[in-house]
Design a protein around this ligand. Structure first.
Ligand SMILES: [Zn+2]
Length: 133
């Protein structure tokens, strides 16, 4: 399963960020998931629990923020949200557009951790870990 290797990468990134922040445990990992990332959300959530076992992320939750696909429409001169990833046309004027601006994201957005002696510590994983492509 493709999602399992992605889950392991997410755990690895979160572990690294948490370690750098001096955290003892990770409570939540927030990821951004684009509609065209090719990742099935349910499969990723399932794989996440497996990937977390035996790490400092064990028992943590994966918070997925789904991003719709967006293209730039030259006719409307703006970014528009695609109602379907099978249909690359502007929903306003129906002009075909392949100028993708959002939808391939798959990255760790933030992590929530426990710091030593602090029940409610927070540590960001940085703005972005970069796109997968
Ligand atoms: Zn348009």
């Amino acid at each position: 399963m493709h999602e399992l290797s992605i889950a392991y990468s997410v755990v690895e990134i979160a572990t690294q960020s948490a370690t750098e922040a001096g955290a003892v445990r990770v409570r939540e990992v927030h990821v951004r998931l684009g509609a065209l990332s090719g990742v099935v959300r349910g499969a990723l959530e399932f794989s996440y629990d497996i990937a977390c076992a035996g790490t400092m992320l064990e028992g943590s939750s994966l918070v997925v923020r789904e991003l719709p696909a967006r293209v730039y429409c030259a006719v409307c001169d703006c970014e528009v949200e695609l109602p379907s990833v099978q249909y690359f046309c502007c929903p306003v004027c129906d002009t075909p557009s392949g100028d993708l601006r959002q939808g391939r994201e798959l990255d760790v957005e933030a992590i929530e951790v426990d710091l030593p002696g602090d029940e409610h510590g927070n540590a960001g994983a940085g703005d972005s870990q970069g796109n997968s492509e």
